[in-house]
Design a protein around this ligand. Structure first.
Ligand SMILES: Nc1nc2c(ncn2[C@@H]2O[C@H](COP(=O)(O)OP(=O)(O)OP(=O)(O)O)[C@@H](O)[C@H]2O)c(=O)[nH]1
Ligand SMILES: O=C([O-])CC(=O)C(=O)O
Ligand SMILES: [Mn+2]
Length: 624
């Protein structure tokens, strides 16, 4: 029997017709094989119709994976108490022969496939399977990658409708020529709260060869939403093979003088400020998490992979995040996950308003002071609680840029992480290579609640992408370094650090100060302001930041604050070079240029130390 004939037996007529309309035997074979294997009691195929999207929304409520909140179109979803973040330990790349890759969790492909297939055999008995079609990137563009998602979680399917562009018509249009990604997910057995039960058997296995990702016994979005971080492993592999960039980056427009529009990407690790930067009210957001950057006629052009936000809700308050706050309080479609709910209203940590003393949250029935099995006090919402909403609802979205089939010209690329003591708040690289090596490849950041495990540990995290890396880091960096050769005009590279602290542990700047640094970077892209040359790149002059601070925030900026923030910390910077060099030396297969650039930076720092000492005031360097 061929695949279509098997599908005709497996699906009811209406669903079968939807599949039959796509002329792609490879897709048919994949669907027949997996539907037979998963054994769902029912299959629903989603086309691009409003009606099918409504069906999925309704099913999320019907099966109890989401509950309605008081505000129309708002729902809440809970993940298991121990399933609230990405599970790095059980996320593995399937690699033939089990070849190891530095820093990456790999498993022999055959062994991994066997294990995951066994875990998934019959896993959907008694459940409904949703077959969904989406695309990564804007539709009908050079960025577009079609993908099919199989899931028994209406919550996961619902989230994808909010976050990605629909792809059923695209599959029909492409027919046999579609080079598509595949995602197979099952939440597994659910408990009475409709959360995944068998967390011991939670697995996320990425088959790079088959461009397929399997995920089982988990619901948390970072482990399950196929087109998000699961697809990301596959797009990194494609990008490195094909000579473009697939990155963990926001994409935003910074508005310069006289209506000038300059687009920036920014790579910061999870929970390190991408969303909050891209949401600065007077600038414009294009994307907050994933970007594709492609060389086009010598210009680096960027696009958002997604069309929605799966954003961190903790700390969203009316002062710091007025736009997100406004959207979260309007009756647009939103899924809140792992927040506190009382009388149909959602609450979260540090929201700046009063939070009730009891309700339902990610731990079940909750009251203030409740402790978990490890005797930790449970806060109202989980640190990694999130909201899921489409970008079209944001008043600050740059819709033209979001839908542009050729993307937008990237003027600047920013790298940053959680670093309490080494990097200044903002600096510009001397050139592409200097930036890619000392800012991107040398990125370190303290771990956060976005992954299971200990927080606050300084960790090597090149390009903020290590959690999602799927190729040898040396090949990835080589692709980056060679990318410049494809451009007539390379974007300027910058590094930021929002997380500097003083000895007492207090922040050296306010959350909104990044708005000033963005304006400075915009001016630098166009050569509109001078800067101070330091051993680690160009930093802003005090006068420029003081003027911008006045203009942008209507705030005075003191020379003292500037000096504290922009002091060049030679011992910390040298120690960092040591650490980074050691890591890359041990890996092997690293472009030699990386070591040259690091050695030059060390030389500059040593020279400066001889002249000025360990801690160099920016005012001293300005005088030169
Ligand atoms: N101290 C300080 N904290 C900040 C600043 N900007 C953002 N944060 C904190 O960073 C955390 C969230 O960052 P987001 O912008 O949501 O993270 P993201 O990079 O989009 O993360 P993912 O969605 O996980 O990839 C929140 O806890 C914020 O309060 C800042 O300028 N200073
Ligand atoms: O993927 C997720 O779980 C959410 C996210 O953006 C990240 O962790 O970087
Ligand atoms: Mn992310």
């Amino acid at each position: 029997m061929n695949a279509l004939e098997r599908l005709e037996k497996l699906l009811d007529k209406e669903q079968f017709e939807k599949i039959k309309a796509i002329d792609n035997p490879e897709l048919h074979e994949f669907l027949a094989e997996w539907i037979e294997w998963l054994e769902p009691s029912k299959v629903f195929v989603c086309t691009d119709s409003e009606e099918d999207e409504w069906y999925v929304r309704w099913k999320a409520l019907y099966y109890g994976e989401e509950k309605m909140l008081e505000t129309p179109n708002h729902t809440v979803h809970y993940d298991n108490y121990y399933d609230q973040a990405r599970d790095k330990a059980n996320t593995k790349l399937l690699v033939s022969g089990g070849k190891s890759l530095p820093f990456l969790n790999t498993i022999d492909r055959e062994e991994g496939l066997k294990e995951i297939r066994e875990l998934m055999k019959g896993v959907m008995r008694g459940k409904e399977l949703f077959v969904c079609f989406f695309v990564l990137g804007p539709k009908n563009s050079v960025f577009t990658i079609p993908a099919v998602q199989l899931t028994d979680s209406a919550y996961v399917a619902h989230s994808e409708f909010i976050l990605y562009r629909k792809g059923y018509e695209e599959f029909k249009r492409l027919g046999r020529s579609a080079r598509f990604f595949r995602f197979v997910h099952s939440a597994g057995e659910l408990d009475e709260r409709k959360t995944s039960k068998n967390l011991g058997k939670r697995r996320i296995y990425i088959d790079l060869e088959g461009e397929t990702v399997y995920s089982v016994n988990t619901q948390y979005g970072g482990n399950t939403i196929g087109l998000k971080k699961l697809a990301f492993r596959l797009t990194i592999q494609r990008a490195v093979r094909e000579g473009w960039l697939s990155e963990h980056m926001f994409l935003m427009r910074v508005n310069g003088p006289n209506g000038r529009k300059t687009y920036f990407t920014g790579a910061y690790p999870s929970m390190c400020g991408k969303t909050s930067t891209a949401m600065i009210p007077w600038e414009n957001i294009v994307g907050d998490d994933l970007a594709f950057i492609v060389p086009m006629n010598g210009i680096a052009r960027g696009a958002n992979v997604e069309k929605g936000v799966f954003g961190i809700i903790q700390g969203v308050n009316p002062e710091d995040d007025p736009i997100i706050w406004q959207v979260l309080h309007s009756p647009v479609e939103i899924i809140f996950s792992n927040v506190l709910v009382k009388d149909g209203k959602p609450y979260w940590n540090d929201m700046g308003t009063e939070i009730p003393d009891d309700g339902e949250n990610h731990s079940g029935q909750w009251w203030r002071g409740k402790k978990d099995e490890e005797s930790n006090e449970i806060p109202p919402s989980h640190k990694n609680a999130r909201f899921t909403v489409s970008l079209e609802h944001f008043p600050n979205v740059d819709m033209d840029a979001l839908e542009a089939p050729c993307g937008v010209e990237v003027g600047g690329m920013i790298f940053g992480g959680r670093d309490k003591d080494t990097w200044p708040p903002v600096r510009e690289a001397f050139d592409w290579k200097h930036g890619i090596v000392t800012m991107g490849a040398a990125l370190e950041s303290e771990t956060t609640a976005a992954t299971l495990g200990k927080e606050g540990v300084r960790a090597f995290n090149p390009m903020a992408i290590l959690d999602f890396m799927s190729v040898h880091i040396g090949d990835y960096l080589r692709n980056y370094l060679e990318f410049e050769g494809k451009l007539r005009k390379a974007p300027k590279i910058f590094a930021v650090n929002y997380f500097l602290r003083n000895k007492e542990g207090n922040w050296l700047n306010h959350k909104i100060d990044k708005a000033v640094w963005l304006k400075w970077m915009e001016l630098r892209v166009h050569g509109d302001v001078d800067a101070i040359e330091t051993p680690i790149g160009y930093i802003p002059k005090y006068e420029d930041l003081a003027r911008l601070s006045r203009e942008v925030l209507n705030k005075d900026y003191t020379r003292d604050d500037y000096e504290k923030q922009f002091t060049i910390r030679v011992p910390e910077l040298l120690a960092k070079i040591e650490r980074i060099e050691k890591i890359y030396r041990e890996i092997g297969n690293i472009p030699e240029e990386l070591f040259e650039v690091l050695a030059q930076e060390r030389e500059r720092l040593l020279k400066a130390r001889e002249k000025y000492g360990d801690y160099i005031s920016p005012f001293q360097l300005e005088k030169v």
